[in-house]
Design a protein around this ligand. Structure first.
Ligand SMILES: NC(=O)c1ccc[n+]([C@@H]2O[C@H](COP(=O)([O-])OP(=O)(O)OC[C@H]3O[C@@H](n4cnc5c(N)ncnc54)[C@H](OP(=O)(O)O)[C@@H]3O)[C@@H](O)[C@H]2O)c1
Length: 245
């Protein structure tokens, strides 16, 4: 039997596929684009899913549009109902049911659909990835100043999230498991300073104060877990690693 990874070409998917293969697991990567060791399929339309799921007993559902994903989760669950899959592992985000951000609300819809599906599942919620925080700074590279939201974040290395997913894939379905997060909670401003130090830039950092319920929920820390968290790599170590590449 094989394991299918949706989103296996993505930021989290790539290290997850690599870590799964190291355990000797036969892995199929679902992608809209053909490529070596991939199966072609589309979670928006359901195209290719039946073939992709033939001979599969475990699915890691990591795909995202970074907008609304619950429609894709529905399509996947319908395809799983006609398959031999006995374990669905889903990646979610810490605090999705507490923070009224549209992407998080929709992630909660996916979580609930999976819970109600009758398919044995494991859901893991993780905090923001180091890559996600770094992308917020990379997007601003042409700006004269660096903007940082007035919130704290607990970023984690995707490789560490990947390792936890592999551990869960090798165990029996456990429902919602303990949330995981990075080793430290830092203000976005501090993360911006760390990023600049690693990149060798010295732009002025401006703190962005945005009103509203979504930011208030982030400020209340609903997206954080206890520290020190599951992850051990700090954002500074990640930033140095990135700068050295
Ligand atoms: N970013 C964070 O800080 C964070 C924190 C906690 C949890 N998460 C969760 O982690 C998961 C992975 O995030 P990521 O940043 O690794 O995502 P990503 O890099 O944006 O990758 C998205 C993946 O989704 C696949 N995909 C998108 N639409 C598809 C479709 N219609 N059919 C099939 N595949 C489709 C893409 O595959 P192809 O392009 O190859 O088709 C790609 O592999 C998401 O569920 C996210 O919510 C993220």
């Amino acid at each position: 039997m094989s394991t299918l990874v949706t989103g296996g070409t993505g930021t989290l998917g790539q290290p997850t596929v690599e870590a799964l293969r190291k355990t000797g697991t036969e892995v199929r990567v679902l992608s809209r684009k053909p490529g070596p060791r991939r199966v072609t399929g589309n979670l928006s339309t359901g195209e290719g899913l039946a073939d992709a799921l033939a001979g599969v007993d475990t699915v890691l559902h990591l795909a995202t549009t970074r907008r609304k994903d619950s429609g894709q989760t529905r399509v996947l669950l319908d395809a799983l109902a006609a398959s031999l899959v006995s374990h669905l592992i889903f990646i979610s985000i810490v605090g999705v049911d507490q923070i009224p951000y549209f992407y998080y609300r929709d992630k909660t819809v996916s979580e609930r659909m999976i819970e109600a599906s009758g398919i044995p599942f494991t859901t893991l919620r993780a905090t923001q990835f180091h890559d996600f925080v770094a992308d917020l700074f990379r997007m601003q590279r042409r700006l004269p100043t660096l903007f940082a939201l007035d919130i704290e974040v607990q970023p984690i290395a995707v490789e560490e999230v990947a390792n936890r997913l592999v551990e869960l894939a090798g165990a029996t379905p456990a429902g919602r498991v303990a949330d995981i997060g990075g080793p430290e909670q830092l203000a976005m401003r501090e993360l911006a300073e760390i990023w600049q130090e690693a990149q060798g830039t010295t732009k002025k950092i401006r703190t962005l104060r945005i009103p509203g319920k979504t930011i208030a929920a982030f400020k209340a820390g609903h997206h954080l877990t206890a520290v020190p968290g599951y992850g051990t790599e700090t954002f500074a170590e990640y930033a140095q690693r990135e700068a050295a590449q």
